[in-house]
Design a protein around this ligand. Structure first.
Ligand code: FES
Ligand code: FE2
Length: 327
């Protein structure tokens, strides 16, 4: 029997690392959202004190999605029977019962996720084995500075595995055919949890013209990349992909621009930039959604260090493998 279905990817499981689940400017005080990542339901909320919390979303009582409820003060209220939970996942009140069951009061049924809000993004630490964070996120001096805009960002859902996206870091051969970009200088470096691309070339934006750019793009772990780019304008880009299940992910991307004297123009330009980024990612998505993963690819002498990148990426998988830099 023939089938038009792509064979199931042979990459299984989830990598370990920090993953973006939203931008700070999506959550005002008292706002929340539930979402599915790593095959689990999570709820993210900002209390009135400004703190961000991430909990398992399924209510320990009868299983309602807590993200459909509301934030009250620094707690969330389940819409089904109005149990209330604090940011630690502890039930603090049941409106129709004088005492809260011990396990609900302790929060042992509701996992609290390790969350860090930094550089205008909300990251959770995910480890399939439940271990603590193993590396730190970078601090971007540009974020929050008057000299730079806030993030302008977008999100797209893609049917692929995170590993396919990471391989772009070393894939020098795809720039011309997929993006119409001419690469003049290209190199990579792998340092512990970081994989870096140095890239210099000429891009031809879809709107016309030529953009001579210099780029340093750094992955911090398996799903979060910051690029420092100089070209027509100075910019910082983020590319963050978080797996929804084993065969799909949400890719968040955004740009921060160095401010000029004309704020309105900067804002308009940033919006245009995000549209251009969207076009660039659409070009990649056409590839990612229409390929399979080759464990043993047939490479040529001018391909980038794809196997080295894969070795680097493997360190984020279970069982842990120590991958010495440069090994
Ligand atoms: S299901 Fe949440 S309070 Fe009952
Ligand atoms: Fe690409």
């Amino acid at each position: 029997m023939t089938t038009t279905q792509r064979p199931k990817d042979r990459i299984e499981g989830y990598p370990r690392g920090w993953f973006v689940i939203g931008f700070s400017n999506e959550y005002g005080p008292g706002e929340m959202k539930s979402m599915t990542y790593f095959g689990q339901r999570l709820v993210c909320f900002r209390g009135e004190d400004g703190q961000i919390h991430v909990l398992d979303a399924w209510c320990p009582h009868l299983g309602m999605d807590l993200g459909k409820g509301k934030v009250i003060g620094n707690t969330i209220e389940c819409p089904f029977h109005a149990w209330r939970f604090d940011g630690e996942g502890r039930c603090v009140e049941i409106p129709y019962c004088d005492s809260v069951p011990k396990r609900a009061a302790e929060g042992s049924w509701t996992q609290k996720w390790t969350v860090q809000e930094t550089n205008g993004m909300i990251h959770v630490w995910f480890d399939p084995e439940g271990g603590p964070p193993e590396f730190e996120l970078p601090e971007l001096g540009e974020w929050g500075s008057d000299e730079w805009t806030d993030w302008h960002h977008s999100i797209v859902h893609i049917r692929t595995h995170s590993r396919e996206i990471v391989e772009n870091v070393v894939d020098i051969g795809h720039f011309a055919p997929v993006h119409g970009t001419i690469v003049e200088e290209f190199s990579n470096e792998f340092i512990d949890h970081m994989a870096i691309q140095y890239n210099k070339g000429v891009a031809y934006p879809r709107g016309g013209g030529k953009d001579y750019f210099t780029l340093k793009a750094t992955y911090y772990g398996p799903g979060f990349q910051i690029s420092e780019m100089s070209g027509f304008l100075e910019s910082r880009l983020v590319n963050a992909h978080t797996m929804v299940d084993e065969n799909s992910l949400d890719l968040r991307f955004g740009v921060m621009l160095k401010q000029t004297h004309d704020k309105a123009k900067d804002e308009a330009f940033a919006r245009q930039y995000v549209e251009n980024l969207t076009v660039g990612f659409q070009e990649d998505i056409q590839v990612w959604e229409n390929k399979l993963y080759r464990d043993v690819p047939l490479l040529c002498g001018s391909d980038g260090p794809i196997m080295r990148l894969r070795k680097w990426y493997k360190q984020f998988y279970t069982p842990r493998e120590s991958v010495a830099a440069g090994a």
